[in-house]
Design a protein around this ligand. Sequence first.
Ligand code: IPM
Ligand code: MN
Length: 355
Amino acid sequence: MKFKIAKLPGDGIGPEIVEQAEKVIHAIGNKFNHQFSFEFGIVGAAAIDKVGDPYPEETHNICLNSDAVLFGAIGDPKYDNNPAAKVRPEQGLLEMRKKLQLYANIRPVSTFESLINKSPLRPELIEGADFMIIRELTGGIYYGELRGRTENGTKAFDTNVYSKEEIERVAKLAFSFAAKRRKKLTAIDKANVLATSRLWRETIQEMEKDYPDIEVDHMLVDNAAMQIIQWPKKFDVVVTENMFGDILTDEASVITGSLGLLPSASIGIHTSVFEPIHGSYPQAAGKDIANPIATILSAAMMFEYSLNLPEAGKTIRDAVAASLAEGFVTEDIASGQAYKTSQVGDWIAHWIEKN
Ligand code: IPM
Ligand code: MN
């Protein structure tokens, strides 16, 4: 088969890690006889520098015309301590999510046997943990239109808004994932305080009757933040609003031992976007030291969720597991010798072609 992939490497380490995923995708093409063409689009600080817009129309059209989008990272330190900056790279990401209607962000969390001692959490707590957080991605406080400052500038406000339809759409996806897994869904909110959360809870409670074999648990976000690291093994599928999901997914990454390992998929109406959950890591840009595994595993998710080639996804996972088991990894997780970003990419691509 022939597939069109939009390639948006973005800023910082984005280009080097996406390059490794591209090698891996070509290796899959050779092994399974598929063809992939990559169309490059600018995004983030790189796009602001070039055309003054972090998500230009041209990039949007490249995404719309693709079978899937492979995304690196965005962000540049020159914007971080400059609250006066008119456009920020992150706006590009938020605009892309909205325009492509990427309504659900899926972040799987599981441990690798060979890395069990890299997590600051005790091995017996995390061994075998395997869950996914499904974060609503196009609504909530990130997008509430009523926002700003009062006239004298001493008060600021953001608004959290959700419609029943938005909640149902993401919850439906969460129920369907739970049905394919261990049939447990944890819905996380702050229903003891927030009106939006009460609508979340009410909506999901109404949906429960349509999924009689799924056990649904409603949990307050503060309690969930504790339980996720104290008893990660009790979770299967988690669904929550945009802001809570942002915070809980970073927290959950601690379980795996390195932020450099966690992939994500953002499911959209027209196309879906696959990206590592870590950021642009500007200190490492151009040094060939960043861990490419999160991006390579994002490519595995792309094969499973968008291209309907689950076997290719599994092959990539097996190759990654082999590189971890053999210690052919970058410095962030190496116990002995550390390898370069490009070497790890070559190793994984080569493993795929010969196994
Ligand atoms: C993420 C990031 C973004 C978010 C930022 C960069 C806007 O933290 O993808 O989790 O908050 O959603
Ligand atoms: Mn985040």
